[in-house]
Structures are given as C-alpha cells and as structure tokens.
Design a binder for this molecule. Sequence first.
Ligand SMILES: [Zn+2]
Ligand SMILES: [Zn+2]
Length: 339
Amino acid sequence: MKHVLAKAKWLLCVALFFVGSAHLQAQTSSTAPAFEVVVLGDSGGIQDGNLSAFLLRSLTEPNYVALDAGTLVNGINQSIKQGAFSELTIKEDKKWGKAGTILRQHVKGYLLSHAHLDHVNGMLVASPEDSKKSIYALASVNTMIGETYFNGKAWANFSDRGIPPLLNKYHVVDLLPGTSTPIADTELSVTAFSLSHPVESSAFVIEHGDDIFVYFGDTGPDIVEKQGKLDAIWTYLAKQVKHKNLRGMIIETSFENERPHNLLFGHLTPALLMGELGRFAGKIGGEQPLKGLNVVISHIKYSLAKNVDPRAKITKQLNEANDLGVNIIIPQQGQKFQF
Ligand SMILES: [Zn+2]
Ligand SMILES: [Zn+2]
C-alpha cells in the first residue's frame, strides 16, 4: 500500500511539473521543434533584395506561409544556395525551376503586416509568375494595398477585389483582430492584432495545435505611441502561454538606442524592445519567465553611410540590455531556423 501511494505521489509530481512548465517547453532545447522559419529578407530598408520577409511552416507539413514579402524571389534563391530547403520534400514540376516551384507550390499564402513597400515589394514583382493563393491582412491594410498598388497604375490588380480589371490571382482575406482564421492549404491558423505605425501595422499570432509563434510587423513602442497596442498583445500572449508553447517571435529593432524618440517613425530600439518584453514578462509573472525565449530581430535599418554598422551596434545594445535572458537571434538572409 505504501509503495502504491508513493508511486501515485510521484506520478502526481511529474504531472504537475509538466502542467506547470508547459509554456517553458518552447524555451528549452529538450522539446522537438515545431516550426521552421526561413529568412528571405532580414533588413528594414535601403538594400533592395533583402527586405522584410520570412517563410514559416509547421514541421508536420511542406507548406509555408510568407510573413511579409518585402523580398521574395531573391530571398528564395539565396535560401536555396544556403541549403535552407534541404529538409523540404520539393514537389517535381515540369515547367518551373526550384525557386518557382517553392514559390508556386509550397508558399500557400501571404500574411502582410502593413502596406509599406518594403513589406510587399517582393510579392508585387513576383505576381506575374506566382500561383493562386490568398493574402491575409487587417481590413485597412488590404484596402491600402489595393488602392496603392493593385490599382492598374502602380501595378496590375492581381487580386480579386478593388479597381477593375481584376486578375483574380490573389484572394484577399480580411482578418478580424483577435479572431483566429485558418490559413488555407496549411495546418496553421492566424490571429491578427493591430500595431502602432504611421499606417496601421499588425502582429500575427500563428498557431499549430498547442504551439504558437508570433510575427510583429513594424511597430512603435507604447510609451511613444500611447495607444497600448503592444500591451494588448502582451496581455493576450501571457494568457496563451499558460496552456500553449510559445516557440518564439520575430520582432523589429530598427534603430540604435541613440535615436531620439521623436524620430522613431513607429519603430523600436534595443532599449525600447527590452522595455516591451519586460512588460510581457511582468504579465506572465514568476522568475525570468521569458528565459530562453527565441526572439528573432528583424528590420534593422541598413545604411549606406561610411563607418557605421547598425547591425553590430544594435546586436551589442540588445545583448547588454538582455536581463530577461531571452535568446536573441540576429538572422541573415538565407538562414533557416527551427523552433
Ligand atoms: Zn518596414
Ligand atoms: Zn513600415
């Protein structure tokens, strides 16, 4: 009897441990990865061919969704060269080369954070040879992309709404903030949130089963923007991590700490990002709740100026301010990560 009781106690302890540490599984390397991220474009401007764009897929399927599409075909080509698709079973295609096949067969949709050119340029220029798929964005973002690019002037209207003639290649889906929407032809679903930027921007919480990954489009910090939009996402995520595994996030750090707040134009610096993550940690509670969380830094502003290296400086400033113990990742175009 004593023996049975001891065993029951032990099982209860193990069960409680797993329940208690569910949200931390993402942050330790002991759990098998759930998502793959391919970096099509790592920078936030200036350098064409390397602008904000990532591919994300669940490792249970060969289908990606694009997170922004500032750079598309060049990013796929660079990623092929670096072996980023080596674990993907690429469908044979008689007509299309490898990059074409990946874009046409394996990228099933676009999640577009906002209408700025550095986030949509790759999709626009690739559209003549792209396959039919959906564009997912907040309603105001879809409207702005329609009016600005798919207007028959800047570009032909490859979408299925707005200014005629409609080429009907891209089905436009409006995402309702805070409401989960399935991403067609994938096992993923997405919940969008509004972000503060000169035009409305968005964050996407992407789910596969109990695993979640978050992509942030361009965003200013709440202390400057005064709209509490990041706060609303931190509150949502703090609730989610109680029963789901947060595998990581992609979030921007455009400028160095020295940049004055009145010249941020809706962007973050290392100190401001760490301040935001600190508020997220506070909402989860406990000691170092974000320790080991994968935080991929996007949108570092490239510069053509002599003797400046924003990437090196931002990396240093992020690491120096990292009291939370998050796993800061400075990605480079063509790299693949599994989280
Ligand atoms: Zn941008
Ligand atoms: Zn922007």
